[in-house]
Design a protein around this ligand. Structure first.
Ligand SMILES: [Zn+2]
Length: 322
């Protein structure tokens, strides 16, 4: 079968469909008062499109192969969206609790919803990019954020791989200030949706074309460089939506110092990153940033335990006596 036209369609159509098409559909759902349940369907289309496009035009064929991480990543995606929804649902509560006090009504609720959404994206992008930058500088934040960087390949689901505590920090410091400023629920729901689309596009293994936008959007190769396991060389390109904040921080690196290969993703100190969800949740407790290669974090902890059974203890004593 000649897959040429299909590949061309994905190369030039993927980015506009995901960003303009799906975000546009979400805007239609929210701005015209339809049920928010439609947003869940749109997220299903988002993920299905990413997976189909990854099969047709991958950046790296190897990233399409199973790394034994699917179940864990699906779990991450569910937890991520549930927390997102929780964050949005608490906005009316925050507004009620702060009405007349903290909520001074600074948010321009009289603007059209689209203009409010653009403002929310720009402000959230600044806050989340700066938090991301700090997450690579401070050990206690990096331990949590490292769970996102433990992935050995990038594909649709990986954008939603977060330690839930890190996501709470993002929600509280990155987007809650907007809610306190009086951002309405409709705008918050759209912001949550737009961020999900961005995370999926940012991490999906699709060789989409960006043309002149390539150095202005924090996706594609710009974000691949952020995920390399080359020591400190990935400490750049922290942006979520735009590269402007990295340019201001002096952390914008448009070109990798050498070609990035499919095997360059991950955390260099932890080459065999835990794959099970519960082990990833516990990971920040065991990880010691900056103390060299720590392979088999879990196995090491387990081997340090004394023998469990009486028989095993007797065997250990017997071995020691020999
Ligand atoms: Zn990062």
């Amino acid at each position: 079968m000649n897959s040429g036209p299909l590949r061309t369609l994905v190369r030039y159509g993927y980015f506009p469909f995901m960003v303009l098409g799906l975000n546009g559909a979400a805007y239609y759902v929210v701005a015209y008062g339809h049920s928010y349940a439609w947003l869940a369907l749109l997220i299903g289309i988002l993920l299905a499109t990413a997976f189909a496009a990854e099969r047709i035009l991958p950046w790296y064929e190897e990233w399409n192969h199973s790394h034994g991480d699917e179940k864990t990543n699906i779990f991450h995606a569910i937890v991520y969206e549930a927390q997102n929804l929780n964050g949005i649902l608490t906005i009316p509560l925050v507004a009620w609790l702060t009405s007349g006090s903290l909520n001074a009504g600074i948010w321009p609720t009289d603007w059209p919803i689209l203009a409010q959404l653009i403002l929310a994206v720009v402000l959230a992008d600044f806050a989340l990019t700066y938090l991301h930058y700090l997450s690579h500088r401070f050990s206690f934040l990096w331990r949590l954020h490292a769970v996102h960087h433990g992935v050995a390949r990038l594909y649709g689901f990986n954008g939603l791989v977060r330690h839930p505590l890190h996501q709470i920090i993002d929600l509280v410091l990155g987007t809650a200030p907007l809610a306190l400023a009086g951002m309405p629920v409709e705008v918050a729901a759209l912001l949550g949706f737009v961020i999900t689309v961005q995370l999926v596009v940012q991490h999906s293994n699709v060789a989409y074309a960006l043309g002149p936008l390539r150095n202005h959007l924090a996706i594609g190769q710009i974000h691949h460089l952020h995920h390399v396991n080359w020591g400190k060389e990935g400490d750049c390109n922290f942006g979520l939506f735009f590269t402007i904040w990295d340019r201001m921080l002096g952390t914008f690196h448009p070109e990798p110092p050498r070609p990035i290969t499919a095997r360059d993703m991950g955390v260099d100190e932890v080459p065999d990153f835990p794959k099970r969800y519960m082990d990833q949740l516990a990971f920040p407790l065991h990880y010691k940033p900056g103390e060299g290669v720590q392979s088999g974090l879990k196995t090491k902890a387990e081997t340090q335990k004394p023998p469990q059974t009486a028989a095993a203890q007797a065997r250990a004593l017997h071995d020691a006596a020999e």
